[in-house]
Design a protein. Structure first.
Lengths: 259, 377
């Protein structure tokens, strides 16, 4: 496989709140059309990293380049153009509670595209069906959805404009193992058909094994290891070792070997 | 832009389409119009071929429009062939073949006239429900109050003091300022109009009686409804949304006792205190204007005050205050517990809480006026 271009380049990033430094001189590349899994202990700054890349958390120093654009230097128009090219799935879904699922998916289309209501309806149903929801779900309100359905609907909204990069913040947290497995598979298939780059923050070892092409481990505010599962199993870093070779990790590793 | 997205030509009984450029979300609007035009083109053509080789970019929007076009032709009994699609885009087409197959239930739209009638009727029914809920909440609070009286150690004193700080203590500056201004305005108006009859001194009676009996308590109640009632509703509503109230219940606590009783009791205590302070500020404001605008010296103002008012006027105002606090508290807490999942419902209930409690405060004031008149106070 040829080395693909990096679509997200993070260099020397430092982020902190008050006198607390969360990310400390962090470097990370995300390559085109790969699924990168970011793992780390609770409070290691995984979500902070994601939110800094999409511009929700201010950085202290360093540079972030997404699809060739440096967000800090971009003007309003460039920012908006860039924001159209990515989709974000928040941890709790963050669906707009006063809109139906269909209106939620149509929201980015309505704001950014000049297309007819008819096409918008068809596209929103198409997106919902792609993530495994039925047209009957389209008229429901977010408060009427189960946890798994909320995540799917939120993913459909993240995919509404056919983004080039999708950011997922713990997509499988709070789902039962079967739904979580389905969701991993869904991300995998969507990534392949739509050829998107996926930046996924996760806690779920299973997701790392089944969905991710590459893994980056965050600890002490830095990326302490990155590479494939095989690289992770060889790593000597204590946290990586405990994580991947602990009880749950090694069970999965064995299964992977035997498969 | 400016790329040719779709061209067509007729070859005998065969319609040949050639696609190019970007078949993506950005061009979806343009593309849709083109596709719709082409769909109606050449009804005599038996079959259609679509050459996608010239397409540079392709996403789900393009894929769906292509799929829609082929579906239309297939439905009218013609054969549509798509050629020249790059291999990696075949998955996308496959995906699109599986969607939008069944008709989507459209949300039913009703006659607006019928809707407005229905809304009117519903408002009436809702008003009835509100009364029932109000009575229910009053009952629940009384039961929980009785329990606390029997077991005083269970009472949440810390929470009460915290709420008292927020509702009463922190409200003092704004209440003082507003009632001061109201007192000043009443005094100014009184002097201005009574001057024509040479009866400026009676403006002191006007200020004193109005403030002590009605205005003081009403202004304070309205301020508290807007300030603390709304925050009660929003607080309890957000707790309801985040299942905190359910969590309390499962731990064996009664939300009424833990959350609502302290809040309501605080209002019942705070309102008389604030009313007293507010009335004093209003009398002070009235006196200041009397001195500066009417030339009535403080000595005369005070002696006139002591002639004009009796303890009865003061009592009439103060007796009403705790009841108004009770009404505000119950309406606000009941509204908070009725918040449902969405942010919109939180906003709606907060509005309801303020509007209803102000309305009920005024109604209550009217009832008290009748009551006091009939007992001669």
């Amino acid at each position: 496989m040829t080395k693909k271009n990096a679509v997200i380049k993070v260099r020397d990033l430092e982020v902190g709140f008050g006198d607390q430094t969360i990310l400390d001189h962090l470097n990370l590349d995300v390559r085109e059309a790969e699924i990168l899994g970011v793992v780390g202990g609770s409070g290691a700054g995984k979500s902070v990293l994601l939110r800094t890349i999409i511009g929700l958390v201010p950085k202290r120093r360093g540079s972030i380049e997404v699809l060739g654009v440096d967000l800090a230097k971009a003007n309003e128009a460039e920012r908006r153009a860039l924001e159209r090219r990515w989709g974000v799935l928040f941890q709790q879904g963050a669906l707009f509670s006063s809109l139906t699922v269909r209106q939620n998916v149509q929201f980015p289309m309505r704001e950014n595209l000049e297309i007819s209501q008819n096409l918008m309806d068809e596209m929103s149903i198409a997106k919902l069906e792609m993530v495994g929801l039925t047209p009957q779900d389209a008229n429901k309100f977010p408060s009427e959805l189960s946890g798994g359905m909320t995540k799917r609907a939120a993913l459909a909204r993240a995919l509404a404009l056919d983004p080039e990069i999708v950011f997922l913040d713990e997509p499988t947290s709070g789902l039962d193992p079967i739904s979580a497995g389905d969701f991993d598979e869904l991300i995998r298939t969507l990534q392949q058909t739509l050829e998107i780059t996926v930046f996924m923050v996760t806690h779920d070892l299973e997701s790392l094994y089944t969905a991710c092409d590459r893994i980056a481990v965050l600890a002490d505010g830095k990326v302490v290891a990155d590479g494939s599962i095989a690289n992770m199993l060889e790593s000597e870093h204590p946290w990586v070792k405990t994580y991947f070779q602990g009880k749950r990790g090694s069970m999965l590793a064995d299964r992977q070997m035997n498969a | 832009m400016g790329e040719v997205l779709l061209t067509h030509k007729l070859e005998g009984e065969r319609l040949e389409l050639a696609a190019g450029g970007s078949w993506t979300a950005t061009h979806a609007g343009e593309l849709e119009a083109l596709v719709e035009r082409v769909a109606g083109e050449a009804p005599e053509a038996k079959d259609v071929s679509i050459d996608m080789a010239g397409v540079r970019e392709f996403d789900t929007f393009g894929a769906w429009l292509l799929e829609r076009l082929t579906r239309q032709w297939t439905k009218s009994g013609r054969e549509a062939v798509v050629v020249g699609l790059p291999e990696h885009d075949l998955g996308l087409i496959e995906e699109m073949q599986g969607v939008n197959l069944e008709a989507v239930p459209k949300p039913v739209r009703q006659n607006p006239l019928v809707n407005s009638f229905a809304a009117f009727g519903r408002a009436g029914v809702d008003f009835g429900h509100d009364l029932v809920i109000f009575a229910g909440m009053l009952g629940a609070v009384s039961v929980s109050l009785a329990r606390v009286v029997l077991h005083p150690r269970d009472y949440r004193l810390t929470s009460t003091i915290h709420q008292f700080d927020r509702v009463a203590w922190q409200a003092v500056p704004i209440i003082l300022l507003i009632t001061f201004l109201i007192g000043a305005i009443i005094s100014q108006q009184g002097i201005f109009h009574f001057r024509r009859f040479g009866a400026e001194l009676y403006s002191v009676d006007l200020v004193a009686i109005l403030v002590l009996r009605e205005i003081g308590v009403l202004i304070v109640a309205i301020m508290v409804a807007g300030r603390s009632g709304s925050s009660y509703t929003a607080e309890l509503g957000a707790m309801k949304m985040r299942e905190e109230i359910d969590a309390l219940r499962t731990m064996g606590f009664d939300p009424i006792e833990v959350l609502i009783l302290p809040r309501i009791l605080v209002l019942v205590v705070a309102l008389p205190v604030l009313t007293f302070l507010g009335s004093m500020a209003a009398l002070y404001g009235g006196g200041l204007v009397a001195l500066l605008y009417g030339g009535i010296s403080p000595e005369i103002y005070i002696s006139r005050l002591s002639d004009a008012i009796s303890l009865t006027h003061f009592k009439v105002g103060m007796i009403k205050a705790p009841f108004m606090g009770l009404v505000i508290g119950i309406v606000a807490c009941a509204a908070g517990l009725r918040v449902k999942g969405s942010a919109e419902s939180l906003g709606l209930q907060t509005t309801n809480s303020v509007v209803q409690s102000i309305f009920l405060v005024v109604v209550l004031d009217g009832l008290f006026a009748i009551f006091f008149a009939s007992i001669g106070m």
